[in-house]
Design a binder for this molecule. Structure first.
Ligand SMILES: Cc1ncc(COP(=O)(O)O)c(C=O)c1O
Length: 365
């Protein structure tokens, strides 16, 4: 069976680096918030050309703590998209804030400046832009300028876009803060949960550093409200430091696979997104088909896994009951019925890629 991802292949490839970094941490006797966390935070901030990186326990906490550090509180309205798996919405709800959902562009799957303008006019106090499927949102610079001029805090969710760039600037450095996830299958993934907030602001960095550790200003002195324990452990940090130098090379391999799909999958009922060069780090390769469900069945019969990222727009999630019954975002809903994710990860062999291409091209729709 061709899986959508193959973590075992990655672990095998980096076996010796993983073992030695884990051994190093064990031998040091320092397992929480020690030198490895510091080293990774410094390295990742440098990689992005950002002022600060503060690691946390996962990407959802990163969104929540970043929004809190940006001043979002109970009752505030936060603009987000509804096609990105409910992660931002979960964080918004955890704060006691309310989401305002923005529609996305049909071709790029991400939010536009126009969508952001509408949400701010509707009362959004903060905006979250998700760089979905690995694509740096094409209008991120214009969105950042627009928000900044109105003093609306902008958070970039980069959980799927480590290393993606627009005009030489990496995502995570356009807005006031950015969130990252190091979930194992991400472009930069740990061997467990992990996340980070990145920012150029000293004040935001300091607030996040406090929010991840009980709100302490110093040991046992609790200063900030809304805090928790959300720390990356030393072993994950050490492993991430081993993977970080390989990120560009693995992003390039993902792009290579994406390019093969784009060029070699030729089927009347399959549509590709446009090539975006280094603006995309090809986290997920997502095609569109009006017969998506039939294609998925065909692939399953050919022993190829595929997935839908994501099938339910956030405002239609059962947790909301009838709260958002009036919402209808045309592009978001259309995309939810058309999209299908094909296997795409750096360790995938050329032969495996060819098998997927042949299977899709052989589909009788
Ligand atoms: C776009 C996006 N945002 C946020 C998250 C949340 O990250 P985590 O699973 O580490 O909480 C994820 C992934 O899971 C994601 O894909």
């Amino acid at each position: 069976m061709q899986q959508i991802n193959n973590l075992a292949a990655k672990i095998e490839k980096f076996q010796s680096q993983i073992s030695s970094s884990v051994q190093r941490v064990i031998a040091s006797g320092w397992v929480i918030l020690g030198p490895e966390v510091k080293r990774f935070e410094t390295g990742f901030a440098q990689y992005l050309n950002a002022g600060h990186c503060i690691t946390v326990a996962n990407g959802t906490d990163a969104i929540e703590l970043a929004l809190k550090a940006l001043g979002v509180g109970k009752g505030d309205q936060v603009a987000t998209v509804a096609n990105a798996g409910m992660y931002t919405t979960t964080s918004v709800l955890a704060i006691g804030a309310t989401p305002i959902f923005m529609d996305v562009d049909l071709q790029t799957h991400v939010v536009t400046l126009e969508g952001v303008k509408q949400a701010i006019e509707a009362g959004a106090k903060a905006v979250v832009v998700t760089h979905l499927y690995g694509l740096a949102a094409p209008q991120i610079k214009a969105i950042a300028e627009y928000c900044s001029a109105r003093q609306i805090p902008l958070l970039e969710d980069c959980a799927q876009a480590h290393g993606a760039e627009r005009n030489g600037q990496r995502v995570g450095t356009f807005g006031d803060a950015a969130s990252f996830s190091f979930y194992p299958t991400k472009n930069l993934g740990a061997l467990g949960d992990g996340g980070a907030v990145v920012t150029n602001s000293d004040a935001i960095a300091q607030r996040v550093a406090q929010l991840r550790q009980y709100g302490w200003s110093s040991k046992y002195c609790v200063e900030l409200d809304g805090a928790r324990n959300s720390r990356l452990d030393e072993m994950q940090a050490a492993i991430l430091s081993e993977f970080l130098p390989h990120l560009d090379e693995s992003n390039a391999r993902r792009r290579e696979i994406a390019a093969r799909y784009r060029n070699e999958i030729r089927h009347a009922d399959v549509n590709h997104a446009e090539d975006q060069g280094t603006a995309s780090v090809a986290h997920l390769y997502v095609i569109k088909s009006t017969k998506r469900d039939a294609l998925q069945v065909h692939l399953r019969e050919a022993q190829i896994a595929s997935d839908v990222h994501y099938p339910i727009p956030d405002y239609k999630q059962p947790v909301f009951g009838k709260q958002f019954a009036d919402y209808s975002l045309a592009n978001t809903e259309q995309l939810a019925s058309l999209i299908l994710t094909l296997p795409c990860y750096p360790e995938m062999t050329d032969e495996e890629v060819s098998t997927v291409i042949t299977a899709v091209n052989g589909w009788v729709a």
